[in-house]
Design a binder for this molecule. Structure first.
Ligand code: PMP
Length: 383
């Protein structure tokens, strides 16, 4: 096969989709839509189906207006539809951003451990990829980050806040320092923003001050719409116009637009379990610490915990007990998504059993932020 050399030997991205009773490995909202929301989405899709002989609205005008309305309440910002851009998941949004602002001879920079798809967007768009390291508490090491930005002059800086897989939010003063130094665009990936703790601001509030700031969001997590594939960005209209140049025509189907609109009309209900998931997350952090483990503070719907001498054995031990979590992050650490109360009970029960068997031994060497992300992660590590 005449494959591009940089794609040879590479595996497709994705977490294992195993048929396990308790799936806590891809940070989904565990609660399916109610019968009322299902009926609303079905009615909207049915209406869209009557016009499927035509291409959809290429500019997604109605959806962009609805997203602007949602952000007034959630993030306290008033944005025009020309400042919003939706696509098939925030994955597609970010790949479009790299198509527009990365490319040959340009560099994208992020700070590990972070979301394992970032280097793949860079690879796919022939953008040079660079990673710095986060501090031992998984926050940004600001001096080192500013130093790397000054030296590398990246066209794109990618920062997840809250960060995956650590759950760490980016303080606003640090983001301002990055924005004041970065020569190109700064993407803040807020896939998990709705789970942030009280008092933690969204980067959206800095949009008015920084035309090169781009905030991405998704309906896959808090909104419980992972199957709908709807992500979006908020930025200056100049950024949106740049993305409109590289997007494929009619990239977002009429069915997707109708689904997202119906979901947004039901946002109160779809987001109704977020506070419960937040409380369950905080309780999980405390419980793990009570077990003598380390657990990172989290503003997301997952918790990174460890550090184990043999994390694979712990991951496998949980899987053997019907609980699938994620082997990702620095060596020795594991990530558990926050599920429904009974799923978390199953997780705690399984981990307690492993603890009673003496299988949670720690690895002092793994207590540093040593690893991960970037390139070269295994299939299990990614997603
Ligand atoms: N950003 C982060 C940090 C994520 O963890 C994920 C999903 N795992 C995404 C973006 C992509 O989500 P989606 O494409 O479903 O919007």
């Amino acid at each position: 096969m005449p494959l591009r050399p940089e794609l040879r030997g590479q595996a497709p991205y994705g977490a294992p989709q195993l048929d396990v009773a308790v799936r806590l490995n891809t940070n989904e909202n565990p609660y399916p839509p109610s019968a009322k929301v299902v009926a609303d989405i079905a009615a909207a899709v049915s209406a869209a189906a009557a016009g499927l002989n035509r291409y959809p609205d290429r500019e997604c005008a109605e959806l962009r207006a609805a997203l602007a309305g949602y952000l007034v309440g959630e993030a306290g910002v008033r944005l025009g539809p020309e400042q919003l851009w939706p696509a098939n998941g925030s994955n597609e949004v970010m790949q479009q951003l790299l198509q527009a602002f990365g490319g040959p001879g340009r560099t994208a920079l992020s700070f590990a451990p972070t979301y394992a798809m970032y280097p793949e967007y860079a690879r796919n768009t022939s953008t040079e990829w660079a990673t710095g390291r986060r501090a031992a508490d998984f926050g940004l090491d600001l001096d080192s980050a500013i130093g790397m930005i000054s030296k590398l002059q990246p066209s794109v800086v990618l920062l997840a806040s809250p960060n995956n897989p650590t759950g760490t939010a980016l303080p606003q003063e640090q983001l301002r320092a990055v924005l004041d130094t970065a020569p190109g665009v700064v993407i803040v990936d807020e896939a998990y923003a709705e789970f942030r703790r009280a008092g933690v601001p969204s980067a959206m509030s800095l949009l008015a001050d920084y035309p090169q700031l781009i905030v991405t969001r998704t309906m896959s997590k808090a909104f419980a719409l992972a199957g709908g594939r709807l992500g979006y960005l908020a930025a200056s209209s100049e950024v949106v116009d740049a993305v409109r140049i590289v997007r494929l025509p009619y990239h977002l189907s009429a069915v997707s637009q109708a689904t997202a609109l119906a979901a947004l009309a039901n946002s109160d209900e779809l987001l109704g379990r977020v506070s419960e998931l937040r409380a369950e997350r905080d309780a999980t952090v405390s419980w793990l610490r009570g077990l003598g483990l380390r657990a990172a503070d989290s503003d997301a719907n997952f918790v990174l915990f460890g550090a184990f001498a043999d994390r694979h054995a712990v991951w496998q031990g949980l899987l053997d007990r019907g609980v699938l979590i994620r082997k990702t992050g620095p060596d020795g650490w594991l990530r558990v998504s926050i599920g429904a109360a009974e799923e978390m009970r199953a997780f705690r029960g399984a981990l307690s059993e492993l603890a009673a068997m003496g299988q949670l031994s720690g690895d002092p060497a793994a207590r540093q932020v040593t690893g991960s992300t970037g390139t070269g992660s295994t299939e299990e590590d990614r997603a």
